[in-house]
Write a protein that binds this ligand. Sequence first.
Ligand SMILES: *Cc1c(COP(=O)(O)O)cnc(C)c1O
Length: 400
Amino acid sequence: MATLPQHHPLKGNPAPAQGFATRAVHAGEKPDFREGATGDVAAPIHLATTYARQKVAQPGRYEYVRSQNPTREALEAKLASLENARYGLAFSSGMAAETTALLALLKAGDHVIAFDDLYGGTKRLFEQGFANFGVETSYVDATNASLVEKAVKPSSKMVWVESPTNPLMKLADIRAIAEIARKHGLILVVDNTFLSPYFQKPLDLGADVVVHSITKYLGGHSDVLGGALLVNSEQLYERLQFHQNSSGAVLPPFDSYLTLRGIKTLAVRMEQHQKNALAVAQFLEKHPKVSRVLYPGLESHPQHELAKAQASGFGGMLSFDVKGAGADAETFLERLRVFTLAESLGGVESLIEQPAQMTHVSLEKAEREKIGITDTLIRVSVGIEEVADLIADLKQALEW
Ligand SMILES: *Cc1c(COP(=O)(O)O)cnc(C)c1O
């Protein structure tokens, strides 16, 4: 296992003294005033793949880009700071981060307990990837923490949840599940992509590993693919970092720079996403052609109180059902002019999609219906446009 060098910038990241928005701008990007340094205000993009040394037996601070890169390290330090984590690692995609976490933390014969409403790609990774190597996964409705405990068996090693989930906006009680994980010696992984660290900090709630798809809110502009893992335990960090280097799915320098740039506005973007999402949810809830709206910020959401207790906000994602059949959902979606019909989420522009035929098409119809992903379900990533334009667009598209 690689041990962390004493001078590593992430070694024992201190507890945050400054507010979130300040750290979003400054963390990891302190100007370098040492002799000969430039004092860049924004972390420069270091493109070199290898770093020279003066003595054969004395490696410098950097050796080879897969192992270390200054731009990626600046981002890893910023991400760690925002999640109140001691350590951060940046990957070439959210799925690469997940693959590396599973590779580092599991072995054949291990058992994982996962939320049954899970990002489609994550379920595919468990079922069509790690299942082939003898890792077994049980899916439970983690809205009820006691079902997580019921699923524990001697071979259990890990609990994997998202909160809120994609696309049904179900919540897992992270504190309660962390308690169960601790009691049974399991690693709790929380995919925090939907709320971003601005609204939710799972490590503070007792999780061991936080996963992000940087592609969504952290990048924020639908122009960078990336992923991240955040931890507090030095031992976990060393295992993850070893496998990040050995599997090689690192975030490239230019993408690291784009993410650093995107994160600077995370606090202001998330506030606006949430403001717009609440207004859109309230509009939809009153509309006669809408049969249900799933948004944790609505009092009608069955876990509204839990949302308030474990997160500082409700985010910019919501789902709803139109009345009628799947074809009506398609008609509605194709009539929209401001919302873009597309997969993905978390960008400044409003994106909308039908999970049954788009993001969740890889799930069997029976499985989709069992968990509530109907053909009339529509998922929205509410952007930061003028909210009146968003509501007017929904209104005209609902008049089919
Ligand atoms: C998009 C997403 C992922 C996968 O991330 P990529 O960057 O697309 O590889 C994982 N989890 C959630 C919740 C996501 O939305």
